[in-house]
Ligand binder design. Structure first.
Ligand code: AMP
Length: 616
């Protein structure tokens, strides 16, 4: 594939005004890519060069990029900088320069996707003396051969400004579109099921609905695989190579993260017992969720976001080697700083200091972590994810030798609300967050929230005392005193998982400190999009649209009906937050990790419930 073709797809994706349009452009793009190209095209469309767990980032600073542009085009650095300032985007600056290039290279040849990608990888891996020059040379080489449109994207990717808004769900939909014909041939049982469910429908509706449902089923199948193997680039390669048979090759693999189970919330122990009956109740620790993969002498640690954080936790690696009996295992737990002397758990603010790049060994000694294990997904070659929770827990108990670093979570098994309450109060007294109740019979549900786990935290009293995580989709200019920060309010959204879109829920103007306001303005002005991003659904028009990228935590008094917002919209209007205020940045959350529309609807329902109860 020529890089020009890919750049043309990117250009169309950038111009797309709906998610549906994005999906069909992506489907076309993925079907034109070859076996060795499809993974690369997927990573680049997301502005990366590898899956998150590889930790391979191009990470080129803007000033190096400006150097490279100058070197390749014959413009002075100052000229490039001025044009960048004028356009506010290095990509657009390069596009303009390339369209009136002063200097033509004699040796330039048309860029392939392979060549472009391989230069990016070389840049990402370059280190040590001479690496800066090498990076500039590799970039300049690309710019030398690039057309204006290619140049635009070549400049944006390494500086982390791709901004096409392509998320994993959109890619999975595009893959499902491309393979649904084959699915129809290979899976007659599923086809029959769908057909019989549609028997009653009218002929012309039936065909359409059939295609839709077929695609949905296939999409679920792909997602199931993605949940146990978090690398869509590789999954797409296997599909390209072997068609749907390729999916069979996707298995749990030490070294490749599994997408984590998520917890639902309920507001009382009675509700928990009503929902899942007798259950396993564990203390809820407030630290880092870690997924640990042991493979012989090697061990890898992944964060909740599937990033490789192995280097940060040397004592945990040691503990894994000493205390896990199996040669091969994947386990999951919460790590937090623990005061051996007093038996106290430290709060999150203390534990978070372990997230650092420097002085790791020193901090590991000063503030050692304990890892409280709560689940197991693989032991030797046995897939534990499909087993019931009670069986997994038993296996986990057998797997861990006593020692100083790894323990199992403290727990009780009960079907009585009163006992849960007592355990809950005990946990709070110890400085913990609350409890998590687990369905004894549930499988490990990767990547989803399905009442296999239910959390109960101190702040849940039925009203809106729980915070909400929202994605910023735009901002308003400041007025009056606010003008000095250039920021008056934030248009914020929650995530609609079914539609894979961000729906507006609040305009937030309070809660930020002056410093946070300056930071926000700085961050957001760099991600302006000029038009409404394709996956944002909002009736309100902020002064500036931004790429839905940053997540913040907010509190609000309640959820109300609103004609202005699109979250949970039905005939009576959407849902909005009343008196929303920012609490903190959540840089550890991806936009798709924000609170979902479904959760907001449930909170709204629960809140009504409580109000009625209070009145009666
Ligand atoms: P939340 O982040 O509030 O949705 O709560 C879910 C998180 O609680 C999980 O992602 C874990 O990081 C953390 N956690 C703490 N203790 C436990 C436990 N015993 N079982 C499962 N998750 C736990």
């Amino acid at each position: 594939m020529k890089f020009r073709e890919l750049a043309e797809f990117f250009e169309r994706l950038e111009k797309a005004s709906s998610r549906l349009e994005m999906t069909s452009i992506l489907a076309e793009m993925l079907s034109s890519a070859g076996k060795s190209e499809i993974g690369k095209a997927i990573y680049l469309s997301q502005g990366t060069i590898a899956a998150a767990h590889e930790g391979l980032e191009i990470g080129l600073g803007e000033s190096l990029m400006i150097n490279a542009i100058a070197k390749a085009t014959g413009y002075s650095k100052k000229e490039v900088e001025e044009l960048y300032k004028e356009k506010g985007d290095l990509g657009l600056a390069v596009q303009e320069i390339a369209s009136k290039k002063k200097q033509r290279s004699l040796f330039s040849e048309e860029l392939s996707l392979e060549k472009t990608f391989s230069n990016f990888v070389k840049i990402a891996k370059a280190e040590g003396p001479g690496s800066q020059e090498l990076k500039i040379r590799l970039m300049a080489e690309l710019f030398n051969s690039a057309s204006p449109l290619e140049g635009k994207f070549i400049a944006r990717i390494p500086v982390g400004k791709m901004r096409l808004g392509v998320g994993e769900p959109t890619i999975m939909d595009a893959l499902a579109t491309n393979y649904s014909k084959e699915f129809e041939k290979l899976f007659p049982k599923q086809v029959k099921e769908i057909k019989s469910a549609l028997k009653e429908k009218k002929e012309e509706k039936r065909r359409k609905e059939f295609e839709l449902r077929l695609k949905q089923r296939l999409r679920e199948l792909i997602e199931e695989k993605y949940n146990i193997y978090s690398d869509l680039g590789e999954i797409a390669e296997m599909l390209k190579e072997k068609g749907l048979k390729g999916l069979e090759k996707v298995e749990i693999t030490p070294g490749i993260p599994i997408r984590p189970t998520l917890a639902e919330r309920l507001s009382s122990s009675e509700e928990i017992v009503k929902k899942i009956g007798k259950c396993f109740v564990e203390q809820k620790y407030d630290g880092f969720r870690l997924q640990v993969h042991k493979n012989g002498k090697e061990a890898t640690v992944f964060s909740r976001q599937s990033e490789n954080v192995t280097h940060m936790f040397p004592e945990i690696i040691k503990g894994v080697q000493e205390q896990l009996k199996a040669k091969k295992a994947i386990v999951e737990g919460e790590a937090l700083a623990f005061n051996e002397a007093t038996g106290e758990y430290f709060p999150f603010q203390v534990t978070i200091q372990r997230k650092r790049k420097y002085d790791i060994e020193k901090m590991a000694e000063e503030m050692p972590l304990k890892l409280f294990l709560f689940d197991v997904m693989l032991i030797e070659n046995e897939n534990m994810m499909t087993k019931k929770f009670v069986e997994r827990r038993k296996a986990l108990e057998k797997l861990v030798k006593p020692g100083g670093v790894i323990e199992l979570t403290k727990s009780i098994v009960t079907g009585r609300a009163k006992e849960i309450d007592k355990f809950f109060e005990d946990s709070i007294e110890k400085g913990l967050e609350g409890i998590i109740a687990k369905d004894l019979n549930a499988k490990y549900i990767a990547g989803a929230r399905k009442f296999a786990w239910i959390k109960l935290k101190r702040s849940y009293k039925g009203e809106l005392s729980d915070s909400i995580e929202v994605v910023i989709a735009g901002y308003y200019k400041g007025k009056g005193k606010r003008a000095q920060f250039g920021l008056g309010g934030l248009l914020s959204c929650v995530y609609d998982k079914d539609a894979d879109e961000f729906k507006s829920i609040a305009k937030i103007g309070t809660g930020m400190s002056e410093q946070q306001m300056t930071e926000l303005e700085e961050m957001l002005s760099k991600t302006k999009t000029g038009k409404k991003p394709a996956r944002v659904d909002s009736q309100l028009e902020p002064d500036f649209w931004v790429e839905p990228k940053y997540v913040i935590e907010v509190r609000a008094d309640e959820i109300t009906r609103s004609p202005n917002h699109t979250a949970g919209k039905d005939r009576t209007g959407g849902l909005a937050l009343r008196f929303p205020r920012m609490v903190s940045f959540r840089f550890d959350r991806k936009p798709e990790d924000a609170t979902t529309v479904k959760e907001i609807k449930e909170m709204f329902k629960k809140q009504k419930h409580v109000q009625v109860e209070e009145k009666t």
